[in-house]
Design a binder for this molecule. Structure first.
Ligand code: ADP
Ligand code: MG
Length: 696
């Protein structure tokens, strides 16, 4: 059984990580916690999943009593409550600060110490309670515990104000951190607020606003100017233009009219459209995009895994160092300065929380993936951001990727007693079940030229051989349509011709019957795509096609590819990719998803073109480019590099600052305030730095 909940009041990313590890230790439980979205996903495979779920819930409370498990609907209320609590906390800390400052001027020593002690309790009672509860659950080494030890240590060596300061800074830091994470969560989410929560259902003469979940396929809805299309559908009535920028990142508007497909998430421009719904809420484009982005942050990148391993050794190491610092140097000086080193050890404890890292790394990826989405690029996991950043070989598919994939018929040749009309008709019939772009184009041309519809009753025994062509029984005769290899491998005697376009050879009843030449145009964007990749320093940019050598060469020299591999079957394309991978290259394969699933799967990162509408592509690929522009490949790689750089800055920046501050503390150059900065200050800087990944 799978479950999904929100974990509220989970404040520290390090704790989220530890909790995840704890839960995974339970039998039959697989848990994944996403600190950024606060979502916990559970896979429970036991005989009584409901009972195990209760065990899991209990384990979460045992782990940290303040965490709340909520359903998605409760989230808003809980957030409001949390906000109130936070304001109360801020006020409490403010009062404590004023008391502390005033108390410095109290002349009577014992009174001053008493007030300090009470003030200390006011500042830190929450932390102390959490620490106590966590110790009761045998959970030491958490932030609350470390802060408690450090501040009590300061108290014992009579640094009263310092003890209060530590807790004050810690409290303020926590509030700021929560604010920053919360704010970035919101900002990133707002990038994805492309869903309109209601639809205007047309019911006879009247119109009612209903929830999307109440709409059925076939319902008629009305989309008014300025509204978003709530569900995918087909226009019944009306002409307008759509702003699809939320889906494709492209600002160009698209003109639509009756009969056209509309995708949810696009904004209606000029006038009212009546739309017949073709997809339910869950299957509509908008829901898919949102799910893609939310789930993207769940598959963790290598750097994230590194951080979780690192933080596991970091905290104990610093604590051991603290103990060494407390006991070893005083031994050599006859314990005269024990208090000094005890104080320094306490400072060490403050720096020992790995939170800055644990928060900022996933947040950077999340922000990066949000920015990708805004550019019309869907990345299916943080791990693919890493791979994209490393890509040094790009292999493009030809048809539909570098070329438009809208073929025009430029010549028809009929051999023997066949007529050209007959050749076109037979070809169109043979192609009518195929999803290949060639087939779609031939069918379109046939319908436009003859004004006739295909009668499926005349098509039998249809099969398609990927990368070769189609085979069917049309009008009671066996027909082959495809490339020269397709016909000759079926034992047809034929004459090959050299044309500038793609030649579809046709055989009828075992005899060669003629050919249809179709021409495709190279996308306007393709040349720029290659140029941009070269500018990024990628040297191996090639094309794989099932088409003939001469067609491949022409395109290759036109747009500046470094290599073109022609006459390939889909499995040959895989070989090309695999051999590049074996050379040690990180290979991106870019295809339109038709026939390309094996290549998409065998490359290091599979990039599908035109994800809008084509489910095959979306499923088989790791990255989806919503517009049909190949130049987005370079954009994606560039963006991935930037995100990766920010991740590295955060990792090495925070480790660097922490180590430097530890050194300063060890040699007595700094006090506890700097230690607190190393804890919460660095987290804040890292969080703010992560947000840079969100910028376009
Ligand atoms: P590409 O590599 O250009 O995307 P494919 O691998 O899909 O092309 O197909 C390679 C070749 O196989 C095409 O150029 C065409 O000659 C032939 N072919 C593939 N599918 C079909 C089809 N449905 N009808 C006719 N020919 C086809
Ligand atoms: Mg193709």
């Amino acid at each position: 059984m799978n479950y999904k909940f929100k974990l509220l009041k989970i404040h520290c990313a390090g704790c989220a990580l530890a909790l995840e590890q704890n839960l995974n230790g339970l039998e039959g439980v697989k848990a994944e916690i996403n600190f950024v979205t606060k979502i916990i996903k559970l896979e429970i495979e036991t005989e009584k999943p409901e009972e195990t779920l209760e065990i899991v819930k209990k384990a979460i409370h045992d782990f940290d009593h303040s965490i709340e498990i909520a359903d998605f609907e409760d989230e808003e209320d809980a957030e409001k409550k949390e906000k109130k609590e936070k304001i109360a906390d801020a006020i409490r800390l403010g009062i404590a600060l004023v008391i502390m400052i005033c108390n410095i001027f109290v002349p009577i020593k014992w009174l001053q110490i008493t007030i300090f002690a009470l003030d200390y309790l006011l500042v830190s009672y929450k932390v102390l309670i959490s620490a106590a509860i966590n110790i009761a659950h045998k959970k030491i080494f958490d932030e609350n515990f470390l802060m408690t030890i450090a501040s009590i240590g300061a108290f014992i060596i009579q640094e009263y104000a310092e003890a209060i300061c530590v807790m004050l800074l810690f409290g303020i830091g926590e509030i700021l951190e929560d604010l920053a994470v919360g704010k970035s969560r919101k900002t990133i989410k707002s990038l994805l607020e492309i869903k309109q929560p209601y639809a205007n259902l047309v019911d006879g003469d009247s119109e009612v606003k209903v929830a999307l979940s109440d709409i059925k396929i076939g319902d008629i809805i009305r989309v008014k100017p300025g509204e978003r299309v709530p569900l995918d559908g087909v226009i019944e009535n009306g002409t307008s233009y759509l702003d699809m920028s939320a889906l494709t990142g492209e600002t160009k508007e698209k003109i639509v009219q009756a009969g056209d497909e509309v995708l949810s998430g696009s904004i209606n421009g000029a006038s009212v459209l009546t739309v017949k719904v073709t997809k339910l809420e869950a299957e509509s484009t908008v829901s898919k995009i949102i799910a893609l982005v939310e789930e993207a942050t769940e598959s963790k990148a290598k750097s994230e895994k590194f951080i979780s391993r690192f933080s596991k050794i970091y905290t104990p190491t610093v604590i051991v160092l603290a103990l060494i610092l407390m006991f070893i140097p005083p031994i050599f000086s006859g314990y005269a300065n024990f208090a000094t080193f005890a104080y320094r050890a306490c400072c060490f404890l403050v720096v020992s929380c790995p939170c800055a890292l644990v928060i900022s790394v996933p947040l950077s990826y999340f922000a990066g993936i949000g920015a990708f989405a805004r550019l019309g690029i869907m990345v299916k996991g943080a791990n693919y951001v890493d791979v994209l950043a490393k890509v040094d070989a790009v292999v493009f598919d030809k048809t539909g990727t570098l070329t438009e994939g809208n073929f025009e018929i430029s010549e028809i040749y009929a051999a023997g007693e066949h007529t050209k009309e007959e050749i076109l008709e037979v070809t169109a019939y043979a192609e009518s079940f195929s999803n290949h772009r060639i087939a779609k184009s031939v069918l379109k041309a046939y319908k436009e030229e003859t004004n006739k519809e295909i009668n499926n009753a005349w098509i039998n025994d249809y099969t398609e051989i990927a990368g070769m062509g189609v085979k069917a029984n049309i009008f009671m005769q066996d027909v082959l349509v495809g490339n020269a290899k397709h016909l000759s491998s079926n034992g047809i005697n034929m004459i090959e011709v050299q044309k500038s376009g793609t030649v579809l050879y046709v055989s009828i009843a075992g005899e060669y019957a003629g050919y249809v030449v179709i021409e495709d145009i190279v996308k306007k964007d393709s040349e720029k795509a290659i140029k941009d990749l070269k500018a990024l320093g990628i040297k191996d940019i090639s094309m794989c096609t099932g088409d003939e050598e001469n067609v491949a060469k022409a395109i290759s020299s036109k747009i500046g590819l470094t290599n073109a591999y022609a006459s390939l079957l889909p499995e040959d394309k895989v070989d090309v990719i695999v051999s590049k991978v074996q050379e040690g290259k990180t290979v991106a394969f870019v295809g339109d998803g038709i026939n390309d699933a094996p290549s998409l799967a065998n490359s290091n990162v599979g990039i599908a073109m035109g994800g809008l509408g084509s489910d095959v592509a979306v499923q088989a690929s790791d990255v989806v480019i919503m517009t049909d522009e190949p130049s987005k490949v370079a954009v994606a790689i560039k963006k991935a590099k930037k995100t990766k750089r920010i991740v590295l800055e955060n990792i090495f920046g925070s480790i660097g600052i922490k180590v430097a501050i530890l050194a300063l503390i060890a040699f007595g150059f700094s006090g506890m305030w700097l230690a607190v900065f190393a804890d919460v200050g660095v987290s804040l800087i890292a969080i703010l730095n992560s947000l840079r990944a969100m910028l376009k």
